[in-house]
Design a protein around this ligand. Structure first.
Ligand SMILES: Cc1cc2nc3c(=O)[nH]c(=O)nc-3n(C[C@H](O)[C@H](O)[C@H](O)COP(=O)(O)OP(=O)(O)OC[C@H]3O[C@@H](n4cnc5c(N)ncnc54)[C@H](O)[C@@H]3O)c2cc1C
Length: 155
């Protein structure tokens, strides 16, 4: 394992739909990483924890939503940035812990690139949004070759 600031070579795959992304993951399995904002993935790569293939979600349309409904609650898309959540008045009013975890997260640069879902999927015990959502409770919607399923954040 190497650790440096030098980016190793990798194949960047840019699917245009969720189905295409799921198919690529099904084919490449552990030889691929998913990338949202890349603020964790890119650093991992320079530290020798990279995959030979990176599947970017950047060009899949419609993943950057932050939607609040008083009955349904809050829905955050896989490409919604930390800054989008910090700028959302409904999140600030109804989910203040989550709002603060996004608003103070990192730097303006990482808030503009990094996502809430990336913070959760990184599964770091020090992840700010991850901890806030664990405290609030919530559900992650997962997609795979066999379809869609919902998993409690506690699991
Ligand atoms: C300078 C700097 C400061 C930072 N400060 C903070 C801080 O104060 N608090 C904090 O909590 N974090 C901090 N971070 C970490 C990082 O910015 C956050 O964890 C961010 O929310 C990650 O989001 P991302 O979209 O960039 O994730 P990525 O790097 O794209 O992905 C992170 C992980 O999640 C996986 N992933 C992402 N999206 C999906 C998906 N849709 N489906 C499946 N897997 C997925 C990736 O494969 C990877 O394992 C900092 C990072 C840097 C570089």
């Amino acid at each position: 394992m190497s650790s440096s600031r030098i980016m190793p070579e990798f194949e960047l795959l840019i699917p245009q739909s969720i189905k295409e992304a799921v198919d690529l993951l099904g084919k490449l399995k552990s030889k691929a990483s998913v990338m949202a904002g890349g603020t964790d993935v890119v650093i991992s790569m320079t530290k020798g924890f990279g995959s030979p293939n990176v599947i970017s979600l950047a060009e899949i349309p419609g993943l950057d939503y932050v939607e609040y409904d008083s009955k349904q609650g809050l829905r955050i898309g896989a490409m919604a940035t930390l800054q989008q959540v910090a700028d959302n008045a409904d999140v600030e009013k109804h989910y203040p812990a989550l709002w603060k975890s996004a608003a103070i997260n990192g730097t303006p640069q990482t808030r503009n690139m990094g996502t809430v879902v990336g913070n959760i999927m990184r599964a770091s015990p020090s992840g700010d949004c991850c901890c806030a959502i664990l405290a609030i409770g919530g559900t992650i919607v997962l997609r795979g070759p066999e379809g869609k399923r919902e998993v409690s954040i506690d699991d």
